[in-house]
Design a protein around this ligand. Structure first.
Ligand code: SF4
Ligand code: MSK
Length: 656
């Protein structure tokens, strides 16, 4: 009997496009995941290719437990143990992820300075209050100086964080004091952002660091440099330059593509160009040209994290998440897909050729053979943006007849920045996390979970995200989300206030209804995971829930992760004191000793630890158990039991 084919997605729109691609013999990532199985040695971290004597493969013995003697024999040509090899691979994944986020942060800082100097026409400071707050935080003088002068100093000071050689990166001071001390004690405080990434590449070179404890300590340091450094710089400066997100209505899924308008899909991560494309697409001159070509207008939609950036600030609809990028083109109605950096599949070039779609690359760091390259020039960004829009307009009449756009699209409320949550919970004059902490203490909200990360073609698209998030909110856990995971929940209708009554437990639903928020909050893109660190710190500072992030009843997860960035994010959450569970696969299983170190011993060092559980419901319960453990340690577990005391019981209590 033929093996039953694995479900590829749980999303109806995606399934329609997968079927269309199949009937047109278009090869998708879903198909390649079926025909190409992961390497069983590499996927568990047991293959090293760090020098020309390898690759060396050190697989676990098949079908039996490894004895210490057998473990000793598992060595590369240079003598590297299975533990060293797995640790080097894992740490290099952190370096890759931290580099991606941090290079994004650097690009934002450079544009920020250019904008403040008046050298980047079209960009201006949108959030003056946040600029002044940030200046105070990092010790930039305000006095009688103009916003431009302050912004130049803020930008230059933060840009210097990348090349800093000693001391500590500035944003570490935002963390709870206890956490800062712990990082210092463990020598995990980053000195500079680039330095920690470079040091990983050095230490993992053949013949350098061969103690996995030491390698993982540097991995933690580089990951902290990502979360509390590069990513946080990106988020802060983007908010000041493009506006701090506030709640707005959006829509999500392939149904946002329009049949009678010029469709431009903006895909990637950095919002620098996409902000300008949003402006260019609204230009009356552009709309007129589009109409002259027979289109009813210009329709922008986002893909992956660029989508989240322009949704959060402009309400631009989301066409889809990571595994829907090929599917958008399969509709036949995308006139231009414009990309910058990260999470862009090379297959887009081939698939575009099956339709009239033009794939446009814009970053000198990310070119794709077969794509049209329109380089983004920050000093003349509106020109670059108009060129992209014009290319799409010119392409509109070339659409073939092979068009099918799924009807599916779902509403969501996005825009939950840290500032918004603070304001919504506490009100304009007393903005604070106090009501959240209170509701956690009284047990209406059991805890908070960050569910983030990608899609992975090795597991059904969106299935684990939605199952996990539903299980968490059903158990009164408030969920905050970023990246492709946020889009998955939005597609399932979990990001509207009505979802509280439909899916949340009674306690969580009552709070959501009182405040007017959904039970699942969209806080932004991958770099915006830094907002979660800021929110967790605000919870600690508000009081009543311990004196460190590791005391909070919170947990994190990436149930469908695939990117090295997800590993870096997970590692900075763990190193910040958060229990973090990943699904799909785990890249160190080839070394039991190393895996046990990450899954157990890390908690003793950082107060947070990793876990791996591919079943999303079981993973949700690992998170809930952890949250309950923290509630107990805080002495607030009793509140959740909501015992109704009669008079006699009260008298007994008073007598104690
Ligand atoms: Fe093999 Fe060692 Fe070279 Fe890695 S560094 S490929 S384990 S010889
Ligand atoms: S886009 S890193 S697939 S979340 Fe940020 Fe999605 Fe993961 Fe890319």
């Amino acid at each position: 009997m033929a093996e039953e084919k694995k479900k590829k997605s749980i999303d109806a729109a995606s399934l329609q496009m997968i079927a269309k691609a199949c009937s047109e013999e278009i090869n998708l990532s879903f198909d390649r995941a079926e025909t190409m199985k992961p390497c069983p040695i590499g996927s568990v971290g047991s293959c090293c290719s760090n020098c020309g004597m390898g690759p060396c493969r050190v697989p676990l013995p098949k079908g039996k437990e490894e004895t210490p003697e057998e473990n000793k024999k598992r060595r590369g040509i240079c003598g590297a143990t299975a533990e060293t090899i797995a640790a080097r691979n894992f740490t290099r994944m952190i370096a890759g992820g931290a580099a991606a986020h941090s290079d994004h942060g650097r690009a934002v800082a450079e544009l920020f300075i250019a904008a403040a100097r008046g050298e980047a026409p079209g960009y201006e400071i949108k959030d003056e209050q946040k600029l002044l707050q940030l200046a105070l935080d990092i010790g930039v003088e305000i006095g009688e100086r103009s916003n431009q002068e302050i912004a130049i100093d803020v930008g230059e000071k933060l840009l210097a964080e990348f090349g800093r050689q000693d001391g500590e990166i500035l944003f570490l001071k935002r963390a709870p004091l206890k956490r800062q001390e712990l990082w210092r004690k463990e020598k995990a405080s980053p000195r500079g952002i680039d330095r920690e990434i470079v040091e990983i590449m050095h230490r993992t070179h053949a013949g350098v660091d061969q103690d996995y404890h030491n390698l993982l300590q540097q991995g933690a340091r580089a990951a902290i440099a990502d979360g509390w450094g590069g990513s946080m710089i990106a988020t802060e400066l983007q908010d000041i330059l493009f506006g701090t997100p506030a709640p707005l209505l959006g829509s999500v899924n392939l149904g946002v593509i329009k049949k009678d308008e010029v469709n431009i899909i903006i895909h990637g991560h950095e919002p620098l160009l996409s902000e300008m494309i949003v402006a260019a697409a609204q230009d009356p001159e552009m709309i007129k040209i589009a109409e002259s070509k027979g289109a009813k207008g210009i329709n922008l939609a986002g893909m992956c994290c660029t989508a989240n950036e322009i949704l959060m600030r402009h309400g631009v609809p989301l066409a889809g998440n990571f595994l829907q990028q090929e599917l958008a083109i399969v509709t036949g109605a995308v006139d231009v897909m414009v990309v910058d950096v990260q999470c862009i599949m090379e297959s887009l070039a081939n698939i575009s050729q099956c339709f009239h779609t033009k794939l446009v690359t814009t970053s000198p760091k990310a070119k794709i053979p077969g794509a049209l390259h329109i380089e983004f020039d920050e000093h003349d960004a509106i020109r670059s943006a108009k060129e992209v829009v014009k290319t799409a307009i010119e392409n509109f009449p070339k659409r073939g007849k092979n068009i099918r756009i799924p009807d599916e699209k779902t509403d969501l409320i996005a825009g939950f920045s840290h500032e918004t949550i603070n304001y919504m919970l506490g009100g304009i004059f007393r903005s604070s996390y106090h009501p959240l902490n209170d509701n956690i203490i009284n047990g209406r909200i059991r805890g908070v979970a960050g569910v983030v990360g990608c899609n992975n073609a090795r597991t059904p698209h969106n299935e684990a995200h939605i199952a996990m998030v539903k299980e968490l909110i059903k158990n009164d856990i408030l969920v905050i989300q970023t990246g492709c995971s946020a889009m998955a929940s939005a597609m399932a209708g979990l990001m509207v206030p009505e979802a509280a009554a439909d899916f949340a437990g009674k306690g969580l639903a009552s709070v959501c209804e009182a405040v007017g928020i959904p039970p699942v909050l969209h806080v932004g893109s991958c770099v915006d995971n830094s907002r979660i660190l800021v929110a967790a710190t605000a919870m600690v500072k508000d009081g009543g829930l311990g004196d460190d992030i590791s005391d909070l009843p919170v947990a994190g997860a990436a149930p469908e992760w695939m990117s090295e960035k997800a590993i870096s994010i997970g590692q900075y959450f763990v190193a910040s004191g958060v229990f973090t569970v990943f699904g799909v696969t785990w890249p160190t299983i080839g070394s039991e000793e190393l895996t046990s170190y990450l899954f157990n011993d890390f908690e003793r060092i950082y107060g947070g630890k990793w876990a791996f559980e591919p079943d999303p419901i079981k993973a949700a319960h690992l998170m809930i158990d952890h949250i309950d453990k923290k509630r107990k340690a805080l002495g607030i577990d009793k509140a959740r039991e909501r015992v109704l005391y009669d008079m006699e019981m009260r008298r007994e209590l008073d007598a104690v």
